[in-house]
Every structure is written in structure tokens, then in C-alpha cells.
Design a protein around this ligand. Structure first.
Ligand SMILES: [Zn+2]
Length: 468
């Protein structure tokens, strides 16, 4: 009897695995494309005529107040939260520049130095970005990345199958063409990540409220129109789910709203890993109290907050990581820190990175495709919720994450099966049928066969029961 139960369970487990593979393969004739426009604030669409974005809103889903993104509201940090579903304190990519004592070399982002060879340990922390999971879990899982921040790094020995490294000079239309080409190969990718550095770049130079940024919003709309046309021309439109979003919003800054930290504390007493609007400060040995107290004394009247690492508010989901520096100063929105530079050298007109409590730091979100409902609007959700949503669309099992399907299931045509794609109704029915077959089979056979896995059972006893 014990042996029969063992065989039944073993068979069930094996068949479960086969069915999982079968189910995943059969139900994945859909593709997923993530398009990210850097620094596209949640309210930018109202600035100008954007017929293609408007058409997506009418034929897809839209977050009317954008997404609640992660602190710090910087590009790299939020790129990594989108593809892992984790808060920065859990994934460890805490800023565009950061320092890890163990690695002992400051991380330099590629937009500062496109030849920077950062230590792979900055990324390979045990966390799995979605392309790694896609390529490990699915036999047909292939990923293409065009300049997605962080995708140039190997994680668990895996990179996206196709990757175009960050190069701001590559034509935007060519990027779309290349992505479409990867989706139409004989062995196509099933996941694409497509990055555009605008309107962020222009907003830093001209300010988010400038006419130049309005032109960039129009340009983004033209690009989306071109993308939709390509999807139609290549017969991808009925099989492609497309998410269009951003990493963060934007605020105007000015040299009239500068916070010169040198007025409060001697800059020789500390090293600054990142400047503004979040100053990441490592005090010299034994100087922590002095640096902190001097900054604290002047913070309230000078439009910034200062925290020891341990004091950082829990709501930021930031402090529980070894790469967060001992002191963090956060400028109020529209203010900027400077140190060891003349005020007239400050040239930025816009910036981001501020506390994610400010609505202006939030990015936009819309999506369309066969998996999404049409003309459905929600107010907002969290950018970490994108990760379980994307895993659902790819039919892969998510890694542990801080997101939730609860907030985004309403966007989906198959709203009911949102608890995890492998547990969908059809899959459970397969399992049930197989379980019944095995139970019937084993109950008929019980008592008539010797069990090859259990040498303790006396063969004599069994043979003696056989009919003569
Ligand atoms: Zn930026």
C-alpha cells in the first residue's frame, strides 16, 4: 500500500512538471514589450496634442494619477525596482551613484562614462531581474533590451539574449525597428525592454515646464504612433502586450533655490557619494556626530531634511541596505544642494530624485494589448506592482517581491486568474483529471504487483496471492 502511494505521488509530481511546461508553452503565444520614456511625469500628456497616447488610453488601460514610484526617484533605482518588484533597500541599487564598502569602488552610471566597468557584485546580489527569470523558467524565454539601465550586467550568469548598450546618439526610430526585428526572428524574443532618454534629458537642461519639453512630449507621441504602425505592419498587434511608462517625474530647479552645504559644515569632514537632491554623506572617522549636528541645526530654515541612516522614515523603504551612507540629506522639492562649487556654475533647470511623497516625482503609466481591458482607468498603483503584472503576462512565477497583483488585476481581461498564472483554472483542471486517473489506476492495481522500490516487502507473500 505504502509503495502504491509513493508511486502515485511520484507520478503526480512528474506529471505536474510536464503539465506545467506544457501549459506554459501552450498558453504563451503572447509577447510583452515595456517602453520607458525617462522622466515622463504623470501629468505631461495634458500639455499638447498626443493623439497616439490618447488612442492607447481609449483602447487600453491608464493610471490617471500616475504611479507611486520608489525613493530615491532616480533613473537607475526605479529601473531596477520595475524589473525586480523590490524596494531599493531590498535590491540594493540605491542611487545612480553608490558605494559599497566590500566592493570598495564607487558605482559609476553609464551615462557618465559609457565605458565604466562596474563591479558585477553591485547587481548580482541574489535578486533576479525579470529577464533572468524569463530565460530560466521558459524554454522559449528570450529577452531583448535596448539600453535598459542595469541590463548590461550579468546576473546569475545571465544577460538579456539581445542587448543594445546605452548610447544616447542611437536614433530613436532605429531602436524601435531593432526591437521589432527581435520580435520577428525565427526564434523571437518574448520580452522586450525599450528605453528612451527623453524627455528627461531636455527637462534637465530647459526645465520640465519649458516649450522644449512640450516638443519632446509630442516627439514621444510620434514614436508611439510609429511603434503601433510597426506592430500592425508586422502582424504583432494582436499578440503583443505593451506597457508604456516611466521611472520618475520632474521638478523645476534654479540657482535661486540653492542650498550651499559648505555654509553649514566643513566639506573636508566628509565624503559625498551623491550630491543632489539627495546628499549621500560618509563622514570622516569620528566626525559623524559633528557633521550630522551641524546639518541638523540648519536644515529646517534651509529647505532640507537630514537623517542618520537609522532615522530614515520606514515609508521610504530605503535604510535597510548596507550601501546607504551614514547620513542622508534630502532637499525639499525644487531646491538643490551644492558643495565646493560657485553658485553661478549651477546650470540645471530641472531635476528629480526627491522624496517620492511629491506627486511631481511620479511617472505615467498606460498599457494595451490582448491581455488588457479597453478604456479602463485606475487612479494609481505602485511601480513595484508592475513586476508581478509582467510575470503574469509572461506566465512565469515571480520571485519574492514587494509588489501585488491586487492593485493591477483590474486592468486585465482575465481578472479572475490573477493569483498566479500557473494556477489558472485550466491548469488546475488538468491536474485534477490526472489525479483522478492515477487514483483509479492505483486502486485497481493494489495488491497484484510487487513494488520495485520497496525491498522490505516479501515477494513470497505477494506471489502467494497471485491466482494460480
Ligand atoms: Zn534625469
Amino acid at each position: 500500500m505504502k509503495c502504491t502511494v509513493f508511486i502515485s505521488i511520484f507520478s503526480l509530481l512528474m506529471i505536474t512538471q510536464l503539465l506545467l511546461y506544457w501549459h506554459v508553452t501552450l498558453n504563451n503565444n503572447k509577447y510583452l514589450l515595456i517602453v520607458l520614456f525617462d522622466g515622463f511625469r504623470w501629468d505631461y500628456l495634458n500639455r499638447t496634442e498626443t493623439p497616439h497616447f490618447k488612442s492607447i488610453i481609449n483602447n487600453g488601460v491608464y493610471a490617471t494619477e500616475g504611479l507611486n514610484n520608489e525613493f530615491v526617484t532616480s533613473t537607475l533605482t526605479n529601473h531596477w525596482s520595475i524589473v525586480t518588484g523590490l524596494h531599493p533597500e531590498s535590491h540594493g541599487i540605491i542611487e545612480n551613484e553608490m558605494f559599497d564598502e566590500e566592493i570598495n569602488k564607487t558605482y559609476i552610471p553609464l551615462y557618465r562614462d559609457k565605458n565604466a566597468h562596474n563591479d558585477p557584485r553591485y547587481y548580482d546580489t541574489g535578486v533576479e531581474p525579470i529577464w533572468v527569470t524569463n530565460q530560466l523558467q521558459r524554454a522559449d524565454g528570450r529577452t531583448g533590451s535596448i539600453m535598459w539601465w542595469g541590463a548590461e550586467n550579468e546576473v546569475k550568469g545571465i544577460r538579456p539574449n539581445y542587448h543594445m548598450p546605452l548610447d544616447l546618439n542611437v536614433d530613436y526610430y532605429f531602436r524601435i525597428d531593432e526591437m521589432i526585428r527581435w520580435f520577428t526572428l525565427s526564434k523571437p524574443i518574448n520580452l522586450g525592454l525599450l528605453y528612451f532618454s527623453e524627455p528627461d534629458h531636455t527637462a534637465h537642461l530647459s526645465g520640465p515646464d519649458s516649450e522644449n519639453v512640450t516638443q519632446m512630449i509630442k516627439y514621444a507621441d510620434d514614436l508611439v504612433g510609429y511603434l503601433i504602425k510597426q506592430l500592425k505592419d508586422k502582424d504583432l498587434i494582436d499578440t503583443m502586450d505593451v506597457i508604456i511608462t516611466s521611472d520618475h517625474g520632474f521638478a523645476s530647479v534654479s540657482k535661486t533655490r540653492l542650498i550651499n552645504l559648505d555654509k553649514f559644515v566643513d566639506p573636508n569632514l566628509y565624503h559625498m557619494v551623491h550630491y543632489t537632491p539627495v546628499a549621500a554623506i560618509i563622514p570622516n572617522k569620528g566626525m559623524e556626530e559633528e557633521v550630522y549636528n551641524k546639518l541638523k541645526e540648519h536644515s529646517e530654515q534651509n529647505h532640507f531634511q537630514v537623517y542618520k541612516k537609522s532615522e530614515l522614515p520606514e515609508r521610504l523603504h530605503y535604510k535597510h541596505n548596507k550601501r546607504v551612507t551614514p547620513i542622508i540629506a534630502i532637499a525639499d522639492i525644487t531646491y538643490s544642494f551644492i558643495s565646493q562649487m560657485p553658485e553661478e556654475n549651477f546650470t540645471q533647470a530641472g531635476n528629480h530624485g526627491y522624496d517620492n511623497k511629491y506627486h511631481d516625482m511620479h511617472p505615467f503609466f498606460m498599457a494595451f494589448g490582448p491581455s488588457f481591458k479597453q478604456n479602463v482607468k485606475v487612479k494609481t498603483f505602485f511601480s513595484v506592482d508592475l513586476y508581478p503584472l509582467m510575470c503574469h503576462l509572461l506566465n512565469i512565477v515571480p520571485q519574492p517581491n514587494n509588489g501585488s497583483m491586487d492593485n493591477v488585476a483590474v486592468l486585465l481581461e482575465d481578472e479572475q486568474s490573477h493569483t498566479g498564472s500557473i494556477y489558472s483554472a485550466s491548469y488546475l483542471i488538468y491536474l485534477l483529471i490526472i489525479a483522478v486517473i492515477i487514483l483509479v489506476f492505483t486502486s485497481f492495481n493494489y495488491g497484484y504487483r510487487k513494488c520495485p522500490f520497496n525491498p522490505k516487502i516479501s515477494t513470497t507473500r505477494y506471489y502467494s496471492q497471485l491466482p494460480s
